[in-house]
Ligand binder design. Structure first.
Ligand SMILES: [Fe+2]
Ligand SMILES: [Fe+2]
Length: 178
């Protein structure tokens, strides 16, 4: 489970680097492939918000139950996941508007994308450097086995980085060449 979370984090990080390059290009007034940007955000919405974060929520709840805590980082985590889902959804709506030829001021798009990028990066950093090491130190082999069976039916196949999936073909091809 931890390995899956780590792998997801590496993948999300790769996409955030791509997002950063797209934002820079927008700032310089350049043209970008809007469908690819939409696919990056769509993946974050579809996979990070609906599979990766729920998996982490189960892990944190398990950790809190085991260590008898009811407050602390969990609040920040739950809050982060909700805020990320809201921000991701809002950007996805904006990008779909642009793709259906509605006018959205470029500066607004850039600002929203920058905010999403910052939130996503801070969240990854918090989990990687604070929360996951703490959890990993508190759980034993038996805990991980129990968790694994609890999440087994909830885990989806990664729609972008699993090579047997057929979604996001342009984005996958782009990442393979980058
Ligand atoms: Fe998370
Ligand atoms: Fe995460």
């Amino acid at each position: 489970m931890l390995a899956r979370i780590d792998t997801d984090h590496r993948h999300i990080s790769t996409l955030l680097d791509l997002l950063e390059r797209k934002i820079e290009r927008l700032q310089q007034g350049g043209a970008i492939q809007m469908t690819m940007l939409r696919d990056v955000v769509d993946y974050l919405h579809r996979y990070a918000d609906q599979c990766h974060h729920p998996m982490e929520d189960i892990l944190y709840q398990f950790y809190l139950d085991k260590t008898g805590q009811s407050e602390g980082e969990i609040h920040r985590l739950g809050h982060d996941h909700l805020a990320l889902a809201d921000a991701t959804n809002a950007i996805l709506d904006t990008l779909n508007m642009i793709l259906s030829d509605q006018v959205v001021p470029r500066q607004r798009l850039i600002k929203d994308l920058q905010l999403l990028l910052t939130m996503q990066r801070q969240h990854l950093q918090f989990e990687d450097t604070v929360l996951l090491p703490k959890i990993s130190a508190a759980l034993d082999e038996q805990d991980w086995q129990q968790l694994q069976s609890e999440i087994a039916h909830k885990i989806q196949s990664d729609p972008l980085f699993n090579s047997s999936e057929r979604d996001y073909e342009d984005l996958r091809a782009y990442l393979a060449e980058a």
